[in-house]
Write a protein that binds this ligand. Structure first.
Ligand code: URA
Ligand code: URA
Length: 240
């Protein structure tokens, strides 16, 4: 991680070399000899990369070409989305895990199987072609973090312009924010235990935070609250 170029087979200890260059005397009134590349602001770079994008295909290409996120180099695949992009519901998870990274699709591992069962229980399936009976799925981060560590705040911030654009393009009626990382990205705060089950409107779109299915696998007792939250989602969809 972080190493992007092999220059020599073995390290070279320049301190032991005989012909060490003598320090140059400072030159006055002369232009600097070394061009230092200006530091890029990755959040700004992401915003610029999103400018003028009008389709999911273009967005996916822009994400694939984005150079400022280290996670990309450790991941096998860009995990963009799955499900029906015309669905009324857009589910936003955290980041790909091992299976997702291998297949290039979100929520295909154990947590994903639970997610599919949870949403099937209120009549929503990712493979359905009907906008009323399907959902669309994406993650806050499109690349798997090493050892599934938590995404860093800088990573969430740098990838937010892409997620924001993704939401605009999908224009869901309601977003389901799964777990703390998703709440951090979408609502600017954590505290899923307090936030869950309460619909908040941000920039004209309703957001319903619920527990993350990976959390439910470890804490099956919390499924009871999640069932109540799913019924709330169903009632909201039935009413609109
Ligand atoms: N957990 C997530 O948050 N997203 C996935 O795609 C898989 C597991
Ligand atoms: N922490 C999370 O990030 N998500 C949950 O759903 C519960 C605890």
């Amino acid at each position: 991680m972080g190493v992007d170029e092999a220059v020599l087979d073995a390290p070279l200890d320049r301190y032991t070399l005989k012909s060490r260059a003598k320090p140059q005397p400072a030159l006055q009134n002369s232009a600097p000899k070394i061009y230092v590349e200006p530091a890029v602001d990755p959040v700004k770079a992401a915003r610029v990369a999103c400018e003028g994008i009008t389709s999911r295909e273009e967005l996916k290409n822009a994400m694939a070409a984005f150079k400022h996120c280290e996670l990309k180099h450790g991941a096998r695949n860009l995990v963009f989305s799955d499900g029906n992009p015309s669905a009324r519901v857009m589910i936003i998870g955290e980041a790909p895990g091992r299976e997702e990274d291998q297949q290039g699709k979100p929520f295909v591992g154990r947590a994903g199987q639970l997610l599919d069962r949870m949403f099937a229980s209120i009549g929503l399936r990712r493979s359905s072609e009907s906008p009323e009976h399907s959902f669309y799925l994406a993650n806050v981060l499109p690349w798997r973090p090493p050892q599934n560590r938590d995404p860093k705040p800088q990573e969430i911030a740098m990838l937010w312009p892409f997620l924001e654009k993704h939401i605009q393009l999908a224009s869901p009626h309601i977003i389901v924010a799964m777990g703390n990382i998703s709440c951090q990205a979408l609502l600017g705060e954590r505290g899923i235990t307090r936030l869950r089950g309460k619909i908040q409107n941000r920039h004209g779109v309703d957001i319903l935070p619920i527990f993350h299915p990976a959390f439910l696998l470890r804490n099956p007792i919390a499924k009871r609250e999640t069932w109540a939250d799913l019924l709330k989602l169903k009632a909201k969809l039935d009413a609109s």
